[in-house]
Design a binder for this molecule. Structure first.
Ligand code: FES
Ligand SMILES: [Fe+2]
Length: 424
């Protein structure tokens, strides 16, 4: 919490024990893979470390050209939220799953996105599909939200069954129901594709997206992280405020010292990062504390995973933290209403947790991440949410040191503008 003279807040501070920080260990320095993506990743990592090290030496951070003001009404106006959902979430390919969540043939992930029940599957040939998770008989939800393994998708209501490509395969008691032509009764398909260990789905069944173009030059860097080879340890869900209120907190390091003095700031420096964008996507790359020692070492002796903690951020709301490390924390922020979103925290491991000790370490990592985000970030951003109406008519200001927020909001503006132009 921020230093304050308020006795009440000091008391609360004293009561709350931050969870013990989990152990971190670098993966990138141990990786010896010689494929092109891995080689590119290591070369790019070395360059990124140099850039962050320059900020460390000069006590600077990446800066945008100027400040940015954003009307507060843009955060709470219900009509604007609807237009954002139409222009962004219902229009662009959404990163909705990590490949590691459906790692083998006959696996799935089900989740609800803006009222659409989505089912993502990997069929027995290994191909990924997405469909509306609603039965073509009378609409029951076929699979409850979560990840699982199944060769068939059987509706709980009257037992119609589908294969993992969504084709209708069985109709219970068809003799009395009457014949059901299989074609035309498969689950409603949603466009889906998989790139660099991430599954993208479009909520618009008619959309035709070019995922390679959508990711652009970020794709080889994501491929270098080899996320598809990771192991899904577990997922926790948190409710969170409005999607932009929530995501703004993922895009800057300015708040680390004041909001996270005993947690994130123990391992990261505050207000010191490199920043890059690729189309709508971006990466913030905060300096980690061991950079203070690494600065004395020759470049070949530096461990990038110890010096910099890049967060790869895919529009409109997937943050991948720890991609250079053994344990990876993925945050997927899904808007639900104008005032609420849901965050899935997906924990990935480079090596599966097999022993009791490894499981405990993975649990500690997941719990630390969950508690810090809930008790520090979201406790604060729920406060932001509560004050929005009262601040209507004013604006927020994003500093030069908050280029991530500027890029995020600029991109949303562009998408809204594109939609408005198309309607004219
Ligand atoms: S609603 Fe699915 S079988 Fe009836
Ligand atoms: Fe934070």
């Amino acid at each position: 919490m921020v230093q304050t003279s308020s006795p009440e807040i000091q008391e609360t501070d004293a009561e709350r024990q931050p969870p013990p920080a989990p152990e971190y260990s670098s993966w990138i320095s141990q990786d010896r893979s010689t494929d092109a993506a891995s080689v590119t990743m290591r070369r790019e990592a070395a360059e990124l470390v140099e850039r962050v090290m320059t900020h460390y030496r000069d006590n600077t951070t990446h800066e945008a050209e100027g400040q940015w003001t954003e009307p507060v009404a843009h955060y709470h106006d219900a009509d604007r939220w609807q237009r954002e959902m139409d222009s962004v979430h219902r229009s662009v390919p959404l990163p909705l799953a990590m490949s590691a969540e459906l790692p083998r043939p006959n696996t799935y992930k089900a989740l609800d996105v803006l009222g659409v029940p989505v089912l993502i599957t990997r069929d027995r040939q290994g191909a990924v599909h997405a469909m509306i998770n609603a039965c073509r008989h009378r609409g029951a939800k076929i699979i409850e939200p979560g990840c699982g393994v199944s060769k068939r998708l059987t509706c709980p209501y009257h037992s119609w069954s589908y294969d993992l490509a969504g084709e209708l395969r069985g109709v219970y008691a068809e003799k009395t129901f009457g014949e059901v032509p299989r074609e035309g009764r498969s689950l409603i398909r949603l466009p889906a594709g998989e790139r660099a260990g991430i599954v993208f789905v479009s909520l618009d069944p008619a959309a035709e997206h070019d995922l390679d173009a959508w990711l652009g030059d970020l794709q080889p860097l994501l491929e270098g992280l080899r996320l598809a080879e990771c192991h899904h340890y577990g997922t926790k869900e948190l409710t969170s405020p409005n999607w932009k209120v929530t995501l703004d907190g993922y895009l800057e390091t300015y708040h680390f010292a004041s909001l996270h003095p005993k947690t994130v700031f123990e391992t990261n420096l505050s207000n010191m990062m490199a920043h890059d964008t690729w189309g709508p996507h971006q990466r913030i790359a905060p300096a980690l504390r061991p950079i203070a020692q690494a600065v004395e070492l020759s470049p070949d002796k530096r461990d990038p995973g110890e010096c910099v903690g890049p967060i790869y951020w895919l529009y409109p709301g997937l943050a991948i933290a720890g991609g250079w490390r053994q344990k990876i924390a993925v945050s997927l922020v899904l808007p639900r209403t104008a005032t609420e979103s849901v965050t899935q925290q997906i924990i990935l491991l480079r090596e599966p947790a097999v022993t009791e000790e490894e499981r405990q370490a993975a649990d500690r990592f997941g719990e630390w991440f969950y508690e810090v985000v809930r008790d520090e970030d979201y406790a604060t951003t729920y406060g932001v949410q509560q004050g929005l109406q009262a601040l209507s008519g004013t604006d927020f200001v994003f500093g030069r040191n908050e280029p991530g927020l500027q890029h995020f909001h600029r991109t949303i503006h562009q998408h809204l503008e594109n939609t408005a132009r198309a309607a004219r």
